[in-house]
Ligand binder design. Structure first.
Ligand code: ATP
Length: 232
């Protein structure tokens, strides 16, 4: 279980996240939704150790707060960054080999061939340089690279951003297949796909929790939009 206890993130005088508490049960799936600037990316970066935070982040009761990003990745909390930062000059398969490094020392959960089974487009392009992939293929590679690192929890920052709807659907099909074997924290501005996969939802607005509950409670897009912009 991944737990955030009153997580806060500040950049100088700007408080980006204010006392966010949430739990992701082992192999459970939650979404963090909210408009631009709500603090979603800051939350993921704090979990990964990329920005300092107040409060605490725990994995299975052990504190991650204060550890380096590398140490946190080694515990199995693996972030798939926004913007699909794959290594452009390396091939698809070389990118996957790089991903395996973060999983060293833990039980292997996904091999490269498991990733190719899950994301067949990558198998077809295994020898191609990552820079030559489309945006959607690069996003798939970023997910594949995180999987070979044997994640216990995957942190996904706007995985559908900038993708054609059919490609975004395919990425979310993958998350659906992963659900139940890996914990998923999905950050999105666009809610519909995430709502169809996750169990629980947290809505952030200006760093505060504006709403939280079962995904089914957020099915009404008008209510959700009102929560996000603060109109009741
Ligand atoms: P987006 O969807 O635009 O990424 P977000 O919900 O992920 O939005 P954050 O990126 O976490 O929001 O930003 C939350 C707040 O913190 C915003 O007011 C933003 O301007 C501010 N912020 C984010 N990064 C920094 C930084 N490096 N320095 C100063 N302020 C920052």
């Amino acid at each position: 279980m991944l737990e955030l206890e009153k997580l806060s993130v500040s950049y100088g005088p700007v408080r980006a996240v204010n006392e966010l508490s949430l739990r992701v049960p082992s192999a459970g799936a939650v979404a963090i939704l909210g408009p631009n600037g709500a603090g979603k990316t800051s939350t993921l970066r704090a979990i990964s150790g990329l920005v300092p935070h107040g409060g605490a982040v725990l994995l299975n009761g052990r504190k991650l707060s204060g550890r380096s990003p590398r140490e946190i990745a080694r515990t199995g909390v693996i972030q798939v960054p926004e913007g699909r930062r794959v290594f452009g000059s390396l091939s698809v398969e070389e990118n996957l080999h790089v991903g395996m490094v973060a999983g060293r020392g833990r039980e292997r959960r996904f091999s490269i061939s498991d990733v190719y089974d899950l994301l067949p487009a990558l198998a077809r392009m295994r020898g191609r340089a990552a820079w030559a992939l489309s945006g959607g293929e690069q996003q798939m590679l970023a997910v594949g690279r995180a999987l070979v690192a044997s994640p216990e929890v995957l942190l996904l920052d706007e995985p559908s951003l900038g993708l054609a709807p059919a490609v975004a659907d395919r990425i979310y099909d993958t998350f659906r297949q992963l659900k139940g074997s890996v914990g998923l924290v999905i950050v999105e501005q666009m809610a519909a796909r995430a709502l169809a996969v996750v169990d629980e939802v947290f809505v952030l607005r200006e760093g505060e929790t504006a709403g939280a509950g079962a995904a089914t409670e957020f099915a009404d897009p008008v209510r959700l939009a009102r929560l996000m912009i603060g109109v009741h």
